[in-house]
Design a protein around this ligand. Sequence first.
Ligand SMILES: [Zn+2]
Ligand SMILES: [Zn+2]
Length: 351
Amino acid sequence: MKAYAVTMFCEPVEEIDVADPVPKGTEVVVDVTRCGLCHSDLHLQDGTYDLGDGKILSLADRGIKPPVIMGHETLGRLSAKGPEAPIGDDQIGKTFLVYPWLGCGECEMCLSDRTNMCAKPSSVGVHRPGGYAQKCLVPHPKYLVDVTGIDPTLASTYACSGLTAYSALKKLDMDKEKGWLLILGLGGVGMSGLVIAKALGFRNIAVADIDEGKRKLAEEHGASLVLDPRDAGALEKLAAVGGIGGAVDFVGARPTAEFGIAALKRGGSYVIVGLYGGSMSLSLPLLVLRAINLRSSYVGNLVELRELIDLVKAGKVAPMPVETVPVAKVNEAIGRLRAGKVSGRLVLAQG
Ligand SMILES: [Zn+2]
Ligand SMILES: [Zn+2]
């Protein structure tokens, strides 16, 4: 089959020929039709994360070595199953979303469907071949999520951007009716965060982004207040509405973290999910005196993905902007994402 892989870090993705996966045991294969392009794919292509203060985290040191067939927002038609795969023959040909955040399959986390927290991750499109290929092997059909009735392009984005936003929002302990939520950064995941926050009942949503076009997009999708965090009066505007009860940082850079934490009211929570990179310093006594909570959220678990898909099927989640790009143009799509020239999500299409 044809696949698109990082064959060398920092180089364009290359088309390669690899053997078709043959399912054994409980494994299943999907013929990929859609695969979303994620910001974390850019880190995979670079082979590094910026830890700040001149320090770099090398993916090669963490066991991720080229060739890497990326793609963790994979959707496709079930085409083959291993002899022990517990799924009916009548499901062959049906379209499923692949839950990508897999683990070792044996630890306490994996056995309780929290594979995203496994210490030995085996994520689709990161540690094992992903959806930038004609076919994708999945270890067990329980990781296939039925997305019948959902537009396939949109559905693919729920495996990472939707799930990451959903799981982060669920970690906020705040009054959704009266309190204010702050979304930092309106990239693909932030955009998912906005539409999912509305579905979850957050009434007052502020969105901060340095890009005017993205602030406009936020307004069009129901943000109650939009601001440029670089404006001198931005924090005052948030203080004027009573302060922020919960902030989700979809960028994860020093300026967004500093802004998000400063905007919290007493007892508020800041959740970081973005991996832009950098470092910051914090005044420790102020954490206590302001009684604020700082935490992170890493993608989401299988149960949360099923909950999110149920919300979507119930018509509660407004669609976010998505655009399909032929998979052969993956490098062009990556270039657009790097340049910040994407509204919502780019999704690679084939088949
Ligand atoms: Zn992702
Ligand atoms: Zn595990």
